[in-house]
Design a binder for this molecule. Structure first.
Ligand code: GLU
Length: 457
């Protein structure tokens, strides 16, 4: 008979039994969404807060549904979130160990090979069932408190389809013990599995880890977040230009808060503050609007250098000057890139200006009056130095616009609208003073001259 106390080759010995080891045990059967990674974030933050280890175990025993591409995506996402992994395992590599322990349980008569009556095609004629002792199983969930399950009704449940095909409950229980996992932090949907897994632990003489079942995550329609309800792969958010700092910050707050009014915490601050006792029991809502606003915060906190680096190829020498505008308007780098090639592209190339728009927009003025209005600004604009601030531009031009207003011919707008439109070709854009400060007086005058020519025609 085999010896259950013999560690498998992969096992790393933990120096003392008190050291915390948590794990993230995803199945690579699809692209994981943000809610799945919330589990990784909590397991990671908890382990690091306690000075312990964070393990990732790929649960790939479902051969038909597990795909290397999904597994690669998991490691990509964890690297992006900057959650370094202390030890990494793949469940399928532990088959020999699973087999050894299945054989032991059957030899002990704690489990048995059961003849089955196949009910549908593909059903097995033989499976391995656990001899359920019945009674109740109680554990104290770190988050939810004491949970008692009457296990009698579970009957002699299946622990393997064959000696080489353990089911999830068996493989998880063995691996957690062999990997020295002290804290099983996982989704609330696993609560009902815990009693079965504890029965297997007892039969194998394994220590019982602490369990913490996290609150469920709902989408904004209050449906359970999942692939079926359209949850995106987390890496799609990365590709849309969400910062990893923002995603980490946002996920940490899905069912937890630091107990004070801080909303924006860096990874180090999260590690410092994280505490399972503050994890809520009730479900949490994954809200993209909130995620984007958290991202906006982290984008604004970037240095100009880092901001430009995130823009990548979309960055233009001129982009540096419009960083303040992008920081104000874009909530993701995807949006910032769109602005650079869309509504803010006039900073980089001369806009298309429609002469009709120039003169006929509210307040209604004639082409002649519009021309006079633009001409009235020329001298003041030419006198501006390069690198002038938007405040200084406003100071120089506002009195001229006020003077037009005093003449009662359409007010300030009769000056400021054609000015802004001549420079941007956009109905909506930043104010003309900001635009002039970025374009500089030379380019500004060139665009005004183009507009004046159009008005001549
Ligand atoms: N592999 C399981 C899943 O993806 C997790 C198992 C566990 O955390 O115990 O849902």
């Amino acid at each position: 008979m085999s010896d259950t106390s013999k560690p498998p080759a992969q096992r790393k010995v933990i120096s003392n039994g008190m050291n915390v080891v948590s794990r993230f045990a995803p199945s690579p059967t699809g692209y994981l969404h943000a809610g799945n990674y919330r589990t990784a974030v909590f397991a990671y933050l908890f382990a690091k807060h306690e000075g312990g280890k964070f393990i990732v175990r790929i649960e790939d025993t479902d051969i038909a549904r597990s795909k290397p591409g999904y597994e690669a995506n998991i490691f990509e996402a964890l690297a992006w979130l900057k959650l370094p992994i202390d030890e990494q395992y793949r469940q399928s590599e532990h088959r020999a160990r699973h087999r050894e322990l299945l054989e032991k349980l059957v030899a002990d008569d704690t489990a048995y090979v059961s003849k089955e009556k196949p009910e549908k095609p593909g059903d097995r004629e033989e499976v391995i069932r656990f001899r359920n002792p019945g009674g109740s199983v109680t554990f104290t969930d770190v988050i939810r408190g004491e949970i008692t399950t009457d296990v009698t009704d579970l009957g002699d449940f299946i622990i393997a389809r064959s000696f080489d095909e353990p089911v999830f409950h068996f493989a998880v229980t063995v691996d957690d013990a062999d990997e020295g996992v002290t804290h099983v932090i996982r989704g609330g949907d696993h609560i009902s599995n815990t009693a079965r897994q504890m029965l297997i632990q007892r039969a194998l003489g394994f220590p019982v880890p602490r369990y913490g079942h996290l609150p469920l995550i709902m989408d904004s329609n209050h449906k359970k977040l999942g692939k079926r309800t359209g949850a995106k792969a987390i890496t799609e958010y990365r590709d849309e230009g969400i910062l990893p700092e923002a995603m980490l910050n946002y996920l940490a707050f899905l069912g937890w808060n630091p107990g004070d009014d801080r909303e924006y915490l860096s990874k180090d601050e999260l590690v410092e503050a994280f505490d399972l006792s503050r994890v809520q029991k009730g479900s949490a809502i994954f809200d993209e609007v909130k995620l984007f606003s958290v991202n906006h915060h982290w984008m604004r906190a970037l240095s100009d250098e880092d901001f430009l680096a995130h823009l990548g190829d979309a960055g233009h020498p001129m982009s540096r000057k419009i960083i303040p505008l992008l920081k104000e308007r874009a909530q993701t780098f995807g949006q910032a890139r769109e602005m650079l090639s869309g509504e803010l592209s006039f900073f980089f190339s001369k806009p298309h200006v429609d002469p009709k728009q120039l003169a006929s927009k509210e307040p209604r003025t004639s082409p002649g009056m519009t021309k006079m209005a633009l001409e009235s600004l020329s001298e003041a604009i030419e006198a501006l130095p390069e690198g002038v601030s938007s405040e200084a531009v406003k100071e120089a031009l506002m009195p001229l616009a006020d003077a037009e207003e005093a003449k009662g011919k359409g007010g300030r707008g009769a000056v400021l609208w054609p000015l802004r439109y001549a420079l941007s070709g956009q109905e909506r854009s930043p104010d003309p003073f900001t635009i002039i400060s970025i374009l500089g007086p030379t380019e500004t005058m060139a665009r005004i001259r183009t507009a004046l020519d159009l008005l001549e025609k």
